[in-house]
Structures are given as structure tokens and as C-alpha cells.
Design a protein around this ligand. Structure first.
Ligand SMILES: [Zn+2]
Length: 355
């Protein structure tokens, strides 16, 4: 799985030539301290060995292109050549949704296709692949992962052939290495037999800061962000239609989950606002939403969380008491609030207590 880049020379050359920052980007103001435990650096060779073994035990791996017969998903064409699968954002991974409860998209150029997030299982990825085949005969050159969470990456195996390269944030391989075993076990238990054959496939093309990829008369701009939702968030912008794919840097209706940094995410939201988009595809929520207004509710929640967590820390409150009081006015405004909000308060406490 790691030899694929050599079959797509244009990908590897672009990797080195496209280091210029896109015009809305600003110099990072600071490097946020990671509040989560970090892994020690691991030699690249060891990464390869470990990744090659990250799979659920299966009787036999299905053939790589077995998805030709998978049933296509229902996609919305939200702009010319942009087809979005709007996941059921009030669900989590189930046998019925195959782990595909977040949004996924296809972008079709004149010469090739990009997949943006591949869903939560190989079976879901095969359905997404079938959707692409129903729309176009062009090769699927890029499978772009917006971040490490399993509902966005576990469909990669459906595109595991010589035509496609997996693209992600430069910190995605390390994050995947740390978490893949847990994610595979967790999603395998939730999805059951239809999860069989799913593997964790890391990116072989990584984005340090910004990169452009050409689908043929259609260029996409990929930006790697500092720690926010996770430490490996990547966005994709299609200037031709003004469409931004925010990944989980944007949740609409469903409560955003902090797996990176609250303050970092607020900073990234400020920087995101300068992207000259017309519409945004959120990681969770409807197929698209107006830009930049779609950011407002999430930012309001984060500012309340920041304000009230600081106040609770200043008052010497324990975290158990804070869970009752912090940003309580947000209850009723979000799907999964009672599941995600205590977790976010814990993350905010951990991050802010040493300020
Ligand atoms: Zn996520």
C-alpha cells in the first residue's frame, strides 16, 4: 500500500513544488501545546511495519475492485461537478449506515475525480466508489482525508488500487498509528459483519501547510491547520465554485467535539473566515450551508464554553460541578448535546487549567 505514489509521478512532484501559502492564509500566531498525550517519534520503517498489520482478522480480503457491484449512494449535486453524501448526522456507526454518518463528497474535474472523506467502513467506501462510477468513467486519483476520525477514513480501502493516492495532513499518519487499533475494534463492534475487510490505510501524500491538486481544469487547494478539532485537520477549497469542504472543523446542528484544542479551534475559525467561499460542506450537518454564517453557532458555543470554563476554574469549582453550569444555555440547540458537552468541558478544563 506504500508503493502507490511511485505510480503517480505528478502527485509526488506536486508535493514538492506546491509549498506556497494560499492568499488567505496567515502566518501561524503560535504553536498550541498539545493537551493530549503525545507519542514519541517513531521511525518511519516501524510505521510501515505497524500499519501493514492494522486490520481486523478476516477470513479473506475481498478483491480490491469488488465494489463495482456495490449500490451507489444518494448524492446531492450542490455545485457543478460536486456531489455530496449527507450522512445522517443524528446517528453514530450502525450496521445500517456502515459508519457513514458524516458527510463525504466527490469532486469531478476534466481528467480525474477526488473523493473527500471515504466514510466509516470499506463497505461504505465501495458504495461511494460505485456512486463515482455511476457519474463518470474518469479515474479516482485522490482520496482526501480531512482528519483521523474513523467515520472519515475507513472507506479508504475501497480505493486501494494503483490509480488512487490517499492524501492527508502531515500529522495524520502518526494519529492514525496511535488510534487505528482502537477505532477498528470499536467500529467493528458497532457495524458487525459488514465491517469485514476494513483496514486503516494512511496517506501516502501529506500536506505540510498548503497544496494544490489538479483534477483537470479544476484545481483544489488543500490546507493543513494547526490543532483545532484534532491535530490533523485538513480543508479543501474549490475556487471554481466557491465551495469549501471544512471536514469536522465545522459541525452544523450536531454538537462539535473537541479532540484537539478549544482555543486553537477558535483561532482556526477566525482564519477560516477569510477564505473566499460561497458555501461550505460541513463534516456533520446538511450537504452544504451558507458561508461564513454557518460558523456562527459553533463559534458562539465555543466562546460560551471558554468563558464559563475559565470562570469555573477561577472560582475553584471541580469539573463535576462545572458540567452543570458551563454553557448550559446551549442545551437544546444541538444534537448529541448531553453526550458531547461533558466531554468538551473535560477537554476545556484540561486545556485551560494551566493558563
Ligand atoms: Zn471528527
Amino acid at each position: 500500500m506504500f508503493s502507490k505514489t511511485t505510480t503517480i509521478p505528478t502527485c509526488t512532484s506536486r508535493l514538492h513544488e506546491s509549498t506556497a501559502r494560499s492568499r488567505w492564509e496567515t502566518t501561524p500566531l503560535y504553536i498550541l501545546a498539545l493537551v493530549r498525550r503525545t507519542l514519541p517519534a517513531i521511525a518511519a520503517g516501524m510505521v510501515l511495519v505497524l500499519f501493514s498489520s492494522l486490520s481486523l482478522p478476516t477470513k479473506a480480503q475481498p478483491a480490491p475492485l469488488a465494489g463495482q457491484s456495490a449500490k451507489p449512494l444518494d448524492l446531492d449535486e450542490i455545485a457543478e461537478g460536486i456531489h455530496v453524501y449527507a450522512g445522517a448526522h443524528d446517528e453514530d456507526a450502525t450496521p445500517g449506515n456502515l459508519g457513514g454518518f458524516s458527510n463525504a463528497a466527490l469532486v469531478i474535474g476534466k481528467r480525474s475525480i477526488a473523493v473527500i472523506d471515504s466514510g466509516g467502513s470499506r463497505a461504505f467506501g465501495l458504495r461511494l466508489r460505485a456512486s463515482a462510477r455511476a457519474l463518470s468513467d474518469l479515474p479516482i486519483r485522490y482520496v482526501i482525508n480531512t482528519h483521523v476520525h474513523p467515520d472519515h477514513i475507513f472507506g479508504n480501502g475501497a480505493f486501494d488500487d494503483a490509480q488512487s493516492v490517499v492524501v492527508g495532513h502531515h500529522k495524520l499518519p502518526r494519529a492514525l498509528l496511535a488510534r487505528a487499533s482502537f477505532y477498528l475494534e470499536n467500529f467493528g463492534r458497532r457495524i458487525g459483519a459488514r465491517f469485514e475487510g476494513t483496514r486503516a490505510i494512511p496517506p501516502t501524500m501529506t500536506v505540510d501547510r498548503s497544496m494544490r491538486i489538479d483534477l483537470g481544469e479544476r484545481e483544489l487547494i488543500l490546507d493543513a491547520w494547526s490543532t483545532a478539532h484534532t491535530d490533523n485537520d485538513l480543508t479543501v477549497f474549490d475556487p471554481a465554485t466557491g465551495t469549501l469542504f471544512a471536514g469536522d472543523l465545522l459541525f452544523v446542528d450536531r454538537l462539535p467535539i473537541i479532540d484537539g484544542s478549544l482555543k486553537g479551534w477558535l483561532q482556526v475559525l477566525t482564519e477560516l473566515r477569510s477564505i473566499p467561499a460561497r458555501r461550505v460542506v460541513p463534516g456533520h450537518g446538511p450537504a452544504f450551508a451558507p458561508w461564513p454564517n454557518a460558523l456562527d453557532a459553533q463559534e458562539r458555543y465555543f466562546r460560551a464554553l471558554l468563558r464559563d470554563t475559565r470562570a469555573a476554574l477561577d472560582a475553584g469549582h471541580r469539573i463535576e460541578r462545572a458540567i452543570e453550569s458551563v454553557a448550559s444555555e446551549e442545551r437544546g440547540r444541538w444534537i448529541h448535546f448531553d453526550i458531547g458537552h461533558p466531554r468538551n468541558i473535560t477537554a476545556a478544563f484540561t486545556e485551560l487549567e494551566w493558563e
